[in-house]
Design a protein around this ligand. Structure first.
Ligand SMILES: *Cc1c(COP(=O)(O)O)cnc(C)c1O
Length: 497
């Protein structure tokens, strides 16, 4: 399997090079040049395996320069039963006859980012071992909340790595902040940035592509890599759970082998839904890909009318992990749908960085509308949906999942589409206790985060993840707040160079 760059068609790298590098030197993203396929017989076989077995089978199709032993070591290390609160790793919860919720937050940090970030450190250290032996890998992360903690947890004390996480100072929930600032481990650092997620992300991207910094790193035998969802090693583990969800839908007879399944994904950087697109292209019978946004509905507009325009107000919503106006992984979709046209993709990305917008042609618009449905949901409707789902099904969902459930309900009303549907649930509700509690009760008595957790537990009966409860009373280790312009010097300081 050969990988190329979305912005330079002459690039040829192996899977391990793509993962070790994170981002192509031209600023593009790595993509496999062909998409491997599976058929219904394969799916039937996969359905008989457990999650680890399924993951090995899917990953080996993409990571062709990993040996079987390496892959087994990676997958078995990542999805160890004791790290997940469900033996199924990514279990389906049957909401009603047509809709099931894919709980992707059963991992150590209670967010779906664990599904990829428990595996990435293994993939990355194996990749680095193949490509650059005596170099220490420095992982730089820009996070809208969940990636940061999941990456810190995944990389903590992994030999030969350092991890630095930047988050927007007012852009994450109190629980997310506390999860990050109390992180343990000898190779971890965390710093807040004055600005929003897009500022933080563009700051990190600028460091990655800065030649001077690269030289300085070389001198010290250091090399950057990315744990953001632009890294192929983040994306490929996510394909697995859509294949796995289809297997489980067949097994539970929610659908017949070969029948279509729709997928609804609460979307920010477009990584999660892109993984569903890959699963569909591989041959999993996936019908519509339903892209759910919050008030930052730049993707709803793009998928509806073909113009991506980030020149619009930025809203801080109750689903902060989706407060994003530049969805980085969309670049991969543009590249694929344009027939792997790197020149055209680069043109759009240049337009985006220079003018904040671009428009794709009629043909691609039509294709986008065939593949995707899109909708958005504001905070008020998010709140109503949490309440409604709890009242109707006694199921407690977080704000991001509520956005998806709301958009799905609107889609069903509008289209009458009764196809069995899987809704990606991306966080445990206790990560966003304040918003979830306010949705269930008008007059809440709690003032601080942990009494809210308790009040929500009393009200809903939903179990509190022990790792969140354990944060109570912990003192933060990392309290630094920096300006975006100073990010590079923060990196040097953290690394002591
Ligand atoms: C990251 C995240 C999302 C968005 O996922 P993308 O892959 O960036 O589209 C949605 N919900 C939660 C809880 C997240 O942490």
């Amino acid at each position: 399997m050969v990988y190329t760059s979305t912005r330079d068609s002459s690039v040829r790298v192996s899977a391990s090079e793509a993962i070790a590098k994170g981002i192509s030197a031209d600023g593009g993203l790595f993509v496999p040049m062909t998409i491997p396929t599976i058929n219904l017989v394969d799916i039937e076989r996969l359905a008989r395996l457990d999650y680890i077995g399924r993951a090995k089978e899917i990953l080996r199709l993409y990571l062709t320069d990993f040996t079987e032993d390496e892959l087994s070591m990676c997958v078995e290390g990542a999805y160890k039963a004791e790290k997940f609160s469900s033996p199924a790793i990514a279990p389906l919860y049957k909401l009603n006859d047509s809709a099931s919720i894919l709980e992707l937050w059963r991992g150590p940090t209670c967010a779906f980012k664990d599904m990829a970030l428990q595996l990435l450190p293994y993939l990355l250290t194996v990749s680095a071992g193949k490509t650059r032996k005596d170099t220490k890998i420095v992982i730089l992360v820009a996070t809208s909340g969940d990636t940061g903690k999941a990456a810190l947890e995944g990389f903590r004390d992994v030999p030969n790595t350092e991890i630095l996480v930047f988050y927007p100072v007012d852009g994450v929930s109190p629980m997310q902040k506390l999860q990050m600032t109390t992180q343990e481990g000898a190779n971890v650092s965390v710093c807040a940035i004055e600005g929003n997620f897009d500022d933080t992300q563009s700051g990190v991207k600028a460091i990655f592509t800065n030649r001077e910094i690269e030289e300085k790193f070389k001198e010290h035998h250091l090399a950057f890599s990315s744990a953001n969802s632009i890294n192929w090693g983040r994306l490929v583990p996510q394909i697995v759970y859509y294949v796995s969800a289809y297997c489980d839908m067949v097994k539970s007879e929610a659908l017949k082998l070969g029948d279509p399944m729709n997928v609804v994904v609460p979307t920010g950087n477009f990584g999660n839904i892109l993984a569903a697109y890959y699963a569909k292209q591989m041959g999993v019978p996936i019908g519509k890909l339903i892209c759910a946004s919050n008030a930052n509905n730049v993707l709803t507009d793009f998928l509806t009318n073909g113009t991506y325009d980030k020149n619009r107000p930025f809203y801080c919503t109750t689903s902060p992990s989706m407060d994003i106006l530049i969805s980085s992984n969309l670049e991969r979709l543009l590249f694929l749908l344009s027939g792997q046209d790197a020149e055209q993709t680069k043109k759009w990305m240049t337009e985006l960085s220079e003018t904040g917008k671009y428009t794709v042609g009629e043909k691609m618009q039509k294709e986008l509308r065939q593949l995707f449905a899109a909708g958005y949901c504001d905070d008020e409707n998010t709140k109503r949906t949490i309440r409604k789902i709890f009242d109707e099904y006694h199921y407690l969902c977080d704000t991001h999942t509520a956005v998806a459930l709301n958009v799905y309900a609107a889609y069903k009303t509008k289209t009458g589409d009764e196809t069995p549907t899987v809704i990606a649930s991306t966080a445990n509700p206790y990560k966003f206790s304040a918003s979830v509690l306010k949705a269930l009760e008008d007059n809440i008595r709690s003032k601080d985060e942990f009494s809210m957790v308790e009040e929500l537990h009393e009200l809903s009966g939903a179990p509190v993840p022990p790792q969140l409860a354990a944060l109570k009373g912990k003192t933060p280790r990392f309290t630094k707040v920096a300006k975006k312009e100073d990010m590079a010097s923060v990196v040097f300081e953290m690394l002591g160079i």
